[in-house]
Write a protein that binds this ligand. Structure first.
Ligand SMILES: Nc1ncnc2c1ncn2[C@@H]1O[C@H](COP(=O)(O)OP(=O)(O)O)[C@@H](O)[C@H]1O
Ligand SMILES: [Mg+2]
Length: 382
């Protein structure tokens, strides 16, 4: 398949955004290499200040876009606009559409949609310095920018326990990020990143848990900006992920169910990640991330590895899912769809019963089966 790997180049400006978004150039190289491993022809298309010129040179009937753009002109809120241009030019692309990206970008709007679907999410209010006195929620609370991602604006000061701290933090968000603050009840509990792949019946990959064991204070158990992006920081070292997470079968099912419902309620396509914290056995959705980070060391690739998929398998599977959605001829079926069909014809709902093994590329699977047969044959002979 002919694939344009489209990514945004971040002009160095704000020191915070830099870490998270410069990653994209690096991800682009890994994705392009992974797709080439599967025999795809790739061309990398960096986006700077202009979207139209770099894209117009390609025929949308020939090329599929692998979308790695997270912002345009350094503005995260222009992410859906990028998609508008893809669509205007007639391109087909991997990942979620414009509406889903726009709805997820504003966390308050996303939470309203989740609530409307009966999906648990922490109680919240949106504040500016002008209306912060209208607080109804009980302390402790968690304060974050209403429309950022990648833990931007999240520090230990995000947890507030009185009105004074709340006012201070809302003002900080307002002055630094020029946007309202989303204020939520603090969910004191375990935190999971849940990766999903697919469209009609998305598959949940093995759960990943942030391991907070090394942090005593329950209110310090959060993934701050430093914990996410500064590998030498104490916060980073004290929040290692465990994948697959150690969870009881019943909690696992509950988390998977909430994540899958959130993925579908927000209309995600192909792949995504749902962040969840669990309190009193109830999984609460923190946020839904369409087009989430595809770096080889980030959550999605990690969960895919735990399911037996290499990085190249993951990249190729995302292309297969998009191609299947658009009914592009000549592309192999997504592995997920194949296994859903098999599981369904075996009488199950096609969701819970698919072993991780099933996602292994067929060559590897055949080898594994051969090996298994060989060992059992030895068993019989003995
Ligand atoms: N309501 C909450 N209660 C407790 N911790 C929270 C809450 N909301 C967010 N956090 C912490 O802040 C981190 C970042 O928040 P999140 O909503 O996932 O935003 P981002 O888009 O920056 O990842 C989470 O991973 C979690 O550790
Ligand atoms: Mg998050």
């Amino acid at each position: 398949m002919k694939i344009l790997v489209v990514y945004n180049v971040v002009e160095p400006s704000e020191e915070e955004r830099l870490f998270s978004e410069q990653e994209i150039v690096f991800v682009e190289q890994h994705i392009a290499r992974a797709l080439q491993e599967y025999g795809h022809l790739t061309v990398s298309v960096p986006i700077r200040n202009d979207l139209w010129t770099p894209l117009k040179q390609y025929d949308p009937n020939e090329w599929l876009i692998f979308n790695l753009c997270e912002s345009f002109r350094n503005k995260t809120y222009l992410e859906p606009y990028i998609i508008s241009v893809f669509e205007y030019l007639g391109f087909r692309y991997t990942g979620s559409d414009r509406r889903t990206l726009a709805n997820c970008l504003n966390k308050a709007r996303a939470k309203e949609i989740l609530q409307a679907h009966g999906i648990p999410t922490a109680a919240f209010q949106v504040f500016t310095p002008l209306n912060v006195h209208q607080r109804r929620l009980e302390f402790p609370l968690f304060v974050k920018p209403v429309s950022e991602d990648a833990s931007i604006g999240i520090t230990m000061d995000s947890v507030v326990r009185d009105d004074r701290a709340l006012r201070r933090q809302v003002r900080f968000i307002w002055e630094k990020y020029h946007e309202p603050a989303l204020v939520e009840e603090f969910i004191d509990g375990r935190e999971f990143n849940v990766t999903l792949l697919g469209n009609d019946s998305p598959r949940v990959l093995p759960l990943s848990e942030i391991n907070f064991r090394h942090i005593r204070d329950p209110f310090a158990r959060i993934v701050s900006y430093r914990a996410k992006w500064v590998p030498t920081s104490e916060e980073y070292l004290k929040t290692p992920p465990t994948c697959p997470a150690r969870v009881s079968e019943s909690l696992k099912r509950r988390i998977e169910d909430v994540a899958r419902r959130a993925y579908q309620a927000m209309g995600l396509r192909d792949y995504g990640r749902v962040d969840i914290r669990v309190k009193d056995g109830i999984p609460y959705v923190l946020e839904v991330n369409p087009n989430a980070d595809l770096a080889p060391d980030a959550g999605i690739a990690r969960a895919a590895r735990a399911a037996g998929m290499s990085y190249a398998d993951l990249a190729d599977e995302i292309v297969r899912l998009a191609a299947h959605r658009y009914r592009i001829k000549g592309m192999a079926r997504p592995r997920i769809v194949t296994y859903e069909l098999k599981a369904r014809s075996a009488g199950s709902d096609g969701i819970y019963s698919i072993p991780a093994q099933a996602l292994l590329p067929s060559v590897l699977r055949a080898e594994k089966v051969k090996r298994l047969r060989a060992t059992s044959a030895v068993g019989v002979a003995a």
